[in-house]
Ligand binder design. Structure first.
Ligand code: LIP
Length: 313
């Protein structure tokens, strides 16, 4: 199939007119759009001062978040007018992900990193059908890492030099031996008080604490500031587990299919649920491995005791 050019995306009439979705073509379009978004991010000059706050001082948005989403929405809805669109910056309060084919977009995942110049930032684009992701594209323009997946076709990492690696990076990933041997990703979110915050901080302490003092003594914790990239790092196999609650479908949708296609598993951040939804705001992702995936989930759930996160959807 001929690659899609930027010019054809800007000018072409809608190409989607039947219920049959060409996932490869949609994938190529999303890759193209992700590069356009990356150019906008790289040429922006964001700062803490020029960003706006949303819910509080740690929940921020920039003019670039909005401009990138406007560009993405205009481009994909012109080309695929029959596909719905759900984006972080343009969604209405309470808007739910439906069963119809839907583009799910986070124009800049890692906005705090973006405004501080910390180069762990990505545009995250997915197509969902029946509320499940079937195409995912996560692109970090500052590192040049492009993570992609199509359902049933595996997951790839394309580097800025053009090298393409099938995920996970290790063809034979090591077995998972338990939390004590794991590198764990978790994020802090912007809600910094209340029961969810207490559970998050208590768990961080428990995961890090020595086993002789009642903890799990994980190798360490990483907080990259982008849930989309965290999922990609688990897909790559460079992080063993990602435990996160409170973020939204646009943060996780693309990374979810990339992780699944790399042999990873997603359970709920709350104990007992092996079948979470992309908009359920509760995620526990484990890398691909020949053994130990479910045991690692059970071990983390056990660390939570009787406590659970509680979020409205
Ligand atoms: C952010 C996430 C981050 C999470 C934040 C927020 P944004 O997305 O990716 O990992 O901790 O709560 O949702 O706001 O930068 O698109």
């Amino acid at each position: 199939m001929a690659p899609i050019s930027l010019e054809s995306l800007a000018d072409s009439p809608p190409s989607y007119a039947s219920p049959k979705l060409d996932l490869h073509e949609i994938h190529d379009t999303l890759v193209c759009v992700a590069h356009m978004a990356g150019d906008m991010m790289r040429s922006a000059d964001p700062s803490v001062d020029s960003s706006d706050t949303k819910k509080n001082s740690s929940d921020r948005v920039t003019a670039t978040d909005k401009a990138v989403e406007d560009m993405i929405k205009a481009t994909v809805t012109r080309r695929y007018p029959d596909i719905d669109f759900l984006g972080e910056e343009t969604s209405k309060a309470g808007q739910r992900l439906g069963c119809r084919p839907t583009f799910v977009c986070d124009p800049i995942d890692g906005t705090l990193n973006f405004i501080h110049g910390f180069p762990n930032v990505a545009v995250s684009l997915a197509l969902t059908v029946n509320r499940k992701p079937v195409v995912g594209v996560v692109f970090n323009p500052f590192r040049g890492d492009l993570f992609t997946a199509i359902k049933g076709r595996g997951a790839l990492l394309t580097r800025s030099n053009g090298n393409v690696t099938r995920l996970p990076v290790r063809a034979m990933p090591e077995p998972l031996l338990g939390l004590n041997d794991a590198l764990v990703a978790l994020e802090w979110g912007s809600d910094r008080s209340g029961p969810n915050w207490e559970l998050r901080t208590k768990m961080a302490t428990k995961l890090l604490t020595a086993r002789c003092a009642g903890g799990a003594m994980v190798h360490s914790i990483r907080s990259s500031g982008s849930a989309a990239l965290d999922l990609c790092y688990v897909a790559a196999g460079s992080v063993d587990l990602f435990w996160e609650a409170g973020c939204w479908a646009w943060d996780v949708c693309a990374g979810w299919i990339i992780l699944e296609e790399a042999g990873g598993l997603i359970a709920s951040a709350n104990p007992g649920d092996w079948d979470p939804t992309v908009d359920g705001r509760l995620y526990l992702a484990v890398r691909g491995a020949a053994s130990g995936q479910r045991e690692l989930v059970e071990e983390l759930w056990k660390c939570m005791g009787n406590e659970k996160f509680s979020y409205s959807k």
